[in-house]
Design a protein. Sequence first.
Length: 256
Amino acid sequence: MTIAEPLLAPTPILNFDHPSIARLVKARAWNTLSTHDRIGPVYDFVRNEIAFGYNRSDDISATDVLADGFGQCNTKGTLLMALLRAVGVRCRLHGFTIHKALQRGVVPELVYPLAPEKIIHSWVEVETETGWVNLEGFILDAAFLSSIQSTFSGTPSLCGYGAGTDSLQAPPVEWTGGDTYIQETGIVQDFGTFNAPDDFYVNHRQSFSLVKDLLYRHIIRHWMNARVRRIRSGSVPQIPGLALPNHKHEESRHAS
């Protein structure tokens, strides 16, 4: 086994050997591009063709995310990793927690007090010719982000509505070969890197009671997704006294 194989291998969560992902890769002809040029189109697909939204859990498979057609940081990251590996690009997961204030405005105010103070978060690290690059800017699709930017046009920093950034009007979300971020300033705790989401979720899962988990899966996330759709259409709920904590975790920026 070569040293590269663990970062290119399929796993139960990164199930890019499934026919649905094989068909997508073939249809988009990503494998006909040079290794360098494969990253951008895959990134753009996950960022904008998989809408921002909330799946039933963090640890669903890449094919489940693709079938849903939407996802959040962890689930869109899973699909991104699976597609990158499917086209031969080495990648890994970097795990964190973020402050729950970042979800303010998306989580209905009635249930916001019930949310955990720290929420499981991750981004994808991809290997390029110049080293490892952090990819997080794919979480919010362009239409959703544009609505937030229009609503808070005079706000340089925002931690809420799914965004955690000090440059709301021009966040580094486009793939240009370097790091991309959209929730970075909400980060609280750094868990380090993992070969695959499967490894991460062995020890790091969102702590919900059985009742809260059932409520989230069957009621709350649908409520949140309805809010996300309203925000994307331009109807952004106003949250009085929106908290703007800045827990920027500078040491997480460097390639590990």
